[in-house]
Structures are given as structure tokens and as C-alpha cells.
Design a protein around this ligand. Structure first.
Ligand SMILES: [Zn+2]
Ligand SMILES: [Zn+2]
Length: 97
């Protein structure tokens, strides 16, 4: 004969284990990268000038066996804007050609 109470306890244990495993997996999988606003050039927003939007990062490039630092060719930040800037877009002066 099965004792209904131990059956329930056993089921609850199995269920708790399943939930814990699932929850554990979920938290590991979700290990969230803090949402870094990244530009198309691969550098984050902090590397870009707030006014000119140019990237200040540098690439290390080897030319004829000599390592040289080349400035990132990015001239315009193209990644997602941080929320603060969404709500308060910088007022750019009108640019006449
Ligand atoms: Zn960039
Ligand atoms: Zn860049």
C-alpha cells in the first residue's frame, strides 16, 4: 500500500527539484550583460565624442611588422541611444553646408 502523505511529499520534492533546476538554468542563461550601448564600429558609446559623435578608440594594426595605432574610422555613433538621451535629445545647431 502506498502512503498518500509520503507520495505527496515525494511529488513535492521532485517538483521542487525540477523548479530549482529550471530556475537555476534560467538565472545562469539570463546572466545579463549590462546593456551596453554599442556602436556599429564595436566600441561603446563612452568612446564616442558627445558633440562630434566621433569614435576616439584606436585599433592596433601591424604594418610591415610594426604595430601602429590607427584611429577608429567611425565618425558617427550608430548604436542604440541610452534612455536619458532619448528623453532629452541634444539640441544640435543647424548645420548649413
Ligand atoms: Zn562608432
Ligand atoms: Zn569605434
Amino acid at each position: 500500500m502506498f502512503d498518500p502523505i509520503s507520495l505527496i511529499a515525494g511529488g513535492a520534492l521532485v517538483g521542487a527539484g525540477w523548479v530549482a533546476g529550471r530556475f537555476g538554468r534560467r538565472t545562469r542563461a539570463a546572466a545579463p550583460q549590462p546593456s551596453v550601448a554599442r556602436c556599429g564600429c564595436g566600441h561603446d558609446l563612452a568612446m564616442h565624442d558627445r558633440e562630434t559623435r566621433e569614435c576616439h578608440s584606436e585599433f592596433k594594426r601591424k604594418t610591415n611588422g610594426v604595430a601602429t595605432w590607427v584611429r577608429c574610422p567611425c565618425r558617427q555613433y550608430s548604436g542604440p541611444q541610452p534612455l536619458a538621451e532619448f528623453f532629452a535629445p541634444p539640441l544640435l545647431p543647424p548645420q548649413e553646408p
